[in-house]
Design a protein around this ligand. Structure first.
Ligand SMILES: [Zn+2]
Ligand SMILES: [Zn+2]
Length: 277
């Protein structure tokens, strides 16, 4: 890659021109950086976050990473290039640690590893689509989404992904509003399209949890609640669900019920196998 080409990249903020956007956030590249083997270009934060998410899916520390564009193995990120010198950030150093989930984020991550569907009777999802309530602004969505992304990506700084997702949802609603003036679109079609648009936008970041994530977004929107109220319902149902499961499956051990209930209220904790508690 020619030095001039690299140097020119720093002018890409001018006049809102976005000739060569970051492949991860699709915005103007900030703190331009390169993978050392394939030389694909990303924002420094974006590629660091990508590596963090990838490495959170494997138990051992990574020493190289596949480029999200071309799948070439790379050993380091090159950044701070000023035409003469550059810094090198090795994949295995200080890149996979540092973020500790809060209690609320852990509870949400647990939810994503718990069977879905037990809230279907509480929130009327079909009604949400039928009466086009998705066209009304939801002031709680951003705060809720931020917490969900932090839990799923195990990263505190999720701004770029958050704004990407909110932007995708906004433009979807505007598009539907426009189209609706010309033709009738069924609630089922809108629901299906919304979910596939959100899934596509979220998949690079929440990966295997994508389908579940989209269901949770839909459920939260249909609830019409803010984060606190939504959590209250969720936790209450989660407890109820576990209690019913215990009583139905094990009436003989009713006296031990209290202890059982406590352990069952934290389902599938094995995703935190490195945790000390
Ligand atoms: Zn970026
Ligand atoms: Zn590449």
């Amino acid at each position: 890659m020619a030095a001039k080409e690299i140097a020119d990249g720093s002018n890409s903020n001018d006049a809102g021109l976005n000739r060569d956007p970051c492949p991860i956030c699709l915005g103007t590249i900030l703190e331009e950086s390169y993978l050392d083997t394939c030389f694909h270009k990303f924002c420094f934060k974006c590629i660091k976050r990508w590596i963090k998410v990838v490495s959170s899916k494997v138990s051992k520390q990574l020493s190289s990473v596949k480029c999200p564009l071309c799948k070439t193995e790379n050993l380091s990120i090159i950044h701070n290039y000023d035409g003469h010198s550059f810094d090198r950030h090795y994949i295995n150093r200080n890149i996979t640690d540092g973020f500790v989930l809060t209690k609320e984020q852990r509870y949400r991550l647990q939810c994503y590893y718990t069977e879905s569907g037990f809230l279907a009777a509480v929130f009327d999802v079909p009604r949400f689509w039928k009466f086009k309530r998705f066209l009304q602004p939801n002031w709680s969505l951003e705060a809720w989404l931020r917490r969900e992304l932090q839990a799923l990506m195990q990263d505190e700084d999720v701004n770029i992904v958050l704004h990407h997702l909110v932007g995708v949802m906004d433009s979807f609603c505007k598009r539907i509003e426009q189209r609706h003036k010309q033709e009738a679109i069924s609630a089922e079609t809108i629901q299906e399209q919304f979910k596939s648009v959100v899934a596509e936008a979220a998949r690079p970041f929440v990966m295997a949890r994508t389908d579940r994530f989209v269901d949770e977004v839909e459920l939260f929107l249909a609830s019409g609640l803010n984060t606190e109220a939504y959590d209250a319902v969720y936790k209450q149902r989660l407890r109820l669900n576990n209690t019913i499961g215990i009583n139905a499956g094990n009436e003989a051990r009713e006296e031990e019920g209290v202890d059982n209930r406590r352990s069952r209220a934290s389902p599938y904790l094995f995703i935190f196998e490195q945790d000390s508690d």
